[in-house]
Each structure stands twice: as structure tokens, then as C-alpha cells.
Design a protein around this ligand. Sequence first.
Ligand SMILES: Cc1cc2nc3c(=O)[nH]c(=O)nc-3n(C[C@H](O)[C@H](O)[C@H](O)COP(=O)(O)O)c2cc1C
Ligand code: SF4
Length: 650
Amino acid sequence: MTRFPHLFRPLRIRGCTLKNRIMSTGHDTTLPVDGTVNAELVAYQEARARGGVGLIVLQVSGVHETARYTNHVLMATSDAAIEGYRRVAEAVHRHGTVLFGQLFHPGREIAEADGGLLSVAYAPSSVPNERFRVMPRPLKPAMIASIVQGYGDAARRMQTAGFDGVEIVASHGYLPAQFLNPRVNLRVDAYGGDLDGRLRFLREVIADIRAKVTDGFVVGLRISGSEVDEQGLAENEVLEAVTHLSDTIDYVHITLGTSASLGGAIHIAPPMTFTTAYVVPHAARIKEHVRIPVFVTGRINQPQDAEAAIAGNHADVCGMTRALICDPDMPNKAARGAPEDIRACIACNQACIGHFHKGYPISCIQNPVSGRELRFGTLPQASPRKKVMIVGGGPAGMKAAVIATQRGHSVTLYEAERRLGGQALLAQMLPGRAEFGGLITNLERELELAGVQIHKGRRVDRAMIAAAAPDVVLIATGAKPYRPDFPQEGALQIVDAWQVLRNQGTLGQSVVVIDWRADWIGIGIAEHLAQQGRSVRLAVSGTAAGESLPLYVRDHSAASLHKLGVQVLPYMRLYGSDTDSVYLQHVSGGEAVVIEKVDALVLCTGHTPVDELSDTIEDLAIDIRIIGDAASPRTAEEAVYEGLSVAAEI
Ligand SMILES: Cc1cc2nc3c(=O)[nH]c(=O)nc-3n(C[C@H](O)[C@H](O)[C@H](O)COP(=O)(O)O)c2cc1C
Ligand code: SF4
């Protein structure tokens, strides 16, 4: 008897049957390079299908030349797209997974310039968006007709390629949602005005698709249950629209948020500060009013949550997208009753949507194989098998130990502390970052499953290495706080971020936090101190607090800092301090900024590698590799990646 009976109950929708209720939703992988499906995308999607997911919705495909919202978006505007679609359909179907395509037009939500030149954006009316600062041109009726036909033509191409259905993207404030929204659609012709007028675009799109595909082909609609934005679609408006359309579509897929504003966009890929499955009540409200299947997506990262949503009749299918980026085998693990083996997504957003926003191919900080399936998907067994000593049990050393053991090497992992995890142990103590600790829990389970020999509380030195005579030593000894040299007079309390988290030092009421990395640490420490009732100034060397963070994490943190009354001082570097003042300097203008009546200065000034070992063993005939922060302090993403790539190569 499965532990997840509702999740693994098949679902019939029109001409196809989902073998379970787990869905990988449409997500732009940035893997395609020329607007068509390539081998990387096929391998990426096949890995998820092989892992047992019931339904894959392929990433958005533009339905019209004006739909290019990024430089790498897939395009379904010509028959040349069919061949690539066919390859992905064959790969996904090989594993009994159903495949839908996403039909997409961004309207005014044009995010990226092509070759440095922003293209003209089109929308129902000339209403600008806040996030990308786009002023669109109003669509003329002839162009509306051509876009409507683009939807139908794209659906026909997808069906020709073997897809089982399509999903119209009316979510996140994209073109169909712009037509629906009375604050964005100010038209006075047949496409605007009352609900009937504002629904006309979607009705025509659905009719055009239906006219160009066969009867068994699924046509679904993705829409934000609420756009969570003052100018966005409100919950009651969405309910009304969905109720009107429900007799013309096969399912409705509920998510949250809008691309149009910084606050609304956070819900596109909600960070770990949001509770898991928080979108489910929005789907449940819709489900009370419609008879078609309701899909739901947003922070459902474990099968237990998905099972509860379906068992409670709140939804029929659960999107678990980042959960599947992080562990493509999650459905199979759940099906065989081993949820504790799942590498749970921690909603850090760093390598999935974080890469997307930088224009890089998708990956995952915990699962660097994601997006790199062609390189790391199948690792050969090691030959010859080597004796491998790994020094340091942070993310780099842990991942290296797992992979090297899986490849057949004889591996021993040494950690000087009593607990594995390295800096991740501290990172999870920052406000709202507790889930980051999942990185350690997941790696510990991987170590256990691989059967790695681990010695905790053992500091490795040259003598130990010489005596053990390994073939390979991986140095993964991490980093420690970096203290820059700066003029100090008097006895101002100065501590680093690690000391704050360990409750060391007396900080007083007024604190200045120096944030050189503009990442989680400075923000987290500022929040932590403000939550304790202190007056906090956050002096960031970058243009904004959290400048180097994934966008939605940054924007959500900005809201927390604001609520807590933290004063953010951008463009500041530390110049010096005396008994009760901190001296800053504007990084581009050079002017001095003095902050007086300060009780403590907290340094979030980065790290310096810890590697006392490599020089001492250079003369031994051993292959020595330095990985993660011990090589150069960066983030957990590089640490885990280097653990994998070194272990794949030795
Ligand atoms: C890298 C990435 C790209 C995304 N691109 C799209 C997209 O092309 N179309 C879309 O409808 N949603 C897109 N999304 C949103 C996802 O479909 C999904 O709603 C989101 O990841 C939240 O679900 P989750 O918590 O299960 O990950 C994207 C999400 C990620 C992480
Ligand atoms: S990078 Fe972070 S948010 Fe993205 S899939 Fe991996 S764990 Fe989840």
C-alpha cells in the first residue's frame, strides 16, 4: 500500500491519462540557444520523466514574433519547431509521462533586450509595467487576430510533434491576463470594457486552438489565483473569469503573482520565507466553483504536502517544479515509500530561477546534474578504483564523498567538528533561512545511502595523510571570516557575522553592519539585530542590499528590512572607526560619511580560505585537489558543484 494513495491515483483528462498527480510545470530552462529544442533540453526533461513524474509541461513557447520576452525563449511560430518538439515528446513518452506545451505571449512583460536593443512591447493598452519599466503600444485589431492565430498554429505544431495537450499561459500578468485586467486593459473596443469584452481575447484563443487540434487534445489554462499586486488581478476577478471559461477548457492551473511588479513577481518562484503549499487554499477556492480538474503550484516541495492537497480535495494535480529540479527521482522515491530519500528543494532560488534571471542554463545548488544531464547524467564506474581521503565535511566534501563512493572509489570523509555541514550550519541560523539547513540533511542522507565512511571530530594533518597513503586527497576545509585592515581608534565593539550568530560580544543599541558581499549574510544579520530591537544601519558596498541575491529573495528581503526599520546605505565602504563612530566612504564619489553614536560595528566582509594542509603535503606523491571555499570563498552552489565535478573526474 503506497503512503501516498491520492497522489498516485491516475487522472483521466480528455484524451490522456496522467499516471500520478505530480506535475513539472512549465519553466524556462534557458537551455535552448536558438529558440528550438536542443539535446540539453531533451536530456533534462527525459531525466524528470524517468524519475516518474506524471505530467511535464514544457517551458513557454512564444506564439508570435512579438512574444520574445527573453533572448532564449522557445518559439512555436514555424513548422521548423516541430522536429525538436518531437524529440522531447518521444523522450518523455518513453517513460509513460504525459507532455503538454505552454502557449505564451508576454504582452508588455518584455524582460530582456535582443542584442542590447529592447524590442517594441505590445499590450491591450498603453499602461506601463513597474518591474521592467516598459511602456507598451496598444494592439491593433489586426495584430490581435494574428496573435490569436499564433496560439492555434502553435498548438497544431505541438500536436503534430506528439504532445498530449497545451496550456495557455494567462498567469503572472502575461498578455491574456492583461486583457482580463480592467486596470491594464483600457480599451473601448470589443476587447475591453466589461468582463465579456475582457474575456474575448481568451475565448478567441481557445476557439482557435480547438479548431486546429483533434478532439482528444487537452487545452488547459494557467492563471494566477491572485496576482498579489494592487494593480493586478484580484482573487474575485480571477474566480469570475475562470468560472466563465470553465466549460471551454479541460483544466485550470492555479498559481500566484504577476511579472508586472517587484512584489507580485516574488510569487513566481516563492523563496523559503513562504510556507510550503501556501497556494493550495487559493486553488481550493476555485475548485469549489468549477467542475474541471484544478491544478495547483507554489512551494509544494514534498509528496506529503501534495498528498494532503489532493486528499483534502483542494486540488487534483500538484505542480512540484523546483522539487523536481532538485530531485528528478522524487516521484519514484515517493511511490516506493521512501520519501526520506528525497533531496528536498529548499527554495533558495539560487541556481534555478537565479540562473534564469542571469541568462544562464538552469541548475540546482543541491543537484548540479540538473541542466547538465549530458555531462553528469551517467557517471562511469571508476577505473582504477582509488583510495580517496576527503578533508572537510561541508557541502563540497560531502558531495564529493557521495559521488566518489558511488563511482566505486574507497572514500573516507574527515570533519574536524562534531557535526557535518560547515558554514551551512551557520547560514541556517539567519532569519527566514532555517530551511537552508536542508542542504545538510539531504547530503547526510546521500552519504548514508552511499555508505561513506565518516570520521567526525578528527582534524587531519600531514602525518595522518602520510600514514594513510591515499591516491587522492580532496581538501574541502572551507573558509573563515575575513577581517579587512582599517584604521581603528578607541574601543568600539567590533565583531563579525559568525560571532553575532554565536551570540558573542555585547552589541548595545546602535549597530552598523558592513555588508561587502551584498548577499544573505549582511541582510540576515541586519534583520536578526533589528528583530532584537536594535537600531540598525546596513552599509552595503553594492548598489542595493542583496544585490548579489536571486531577485525574488532580494526583493522579499528588502520588504523585511523596510518593515523592521533597518536603514540601508548603498554604495558604502568601510573606512575606519573610533570609540563611537564609524567612518564610511562613498564607493564611487569618494566622499566621507560619518555615523556617530554607534555601539557596535558588525563585519560581513566575506571570508578567507582555510587551507593549512595542501602546502604541507605537496611533496607526497598524492593527487591533491582543493575544492569549494578552501579554493576560493564563494557559495554553496560552487562548493557542491566542485564536489560533484572533481569526484566525477578522479
Ligand atoms: C527557472 C524557472 C523558470 C520558470 N519559468 C516559467 C515559465 O516559463 N512559465 C511559467 O508559467 N512559469 C515559470 N516558472 C514558474 C514555475 O512554473 C512554478 O510556478 C514555480 O517554480 C513555483 O513552483 P514550485 O514552488 O513548485 O517550484 C519558472 C520557475 C523557475 C524556477
Ligand atoms: S536551486 Fe534551490 S530553489 Fe532551485 S531547485 Fe535547487 S534547492 Fe530548489
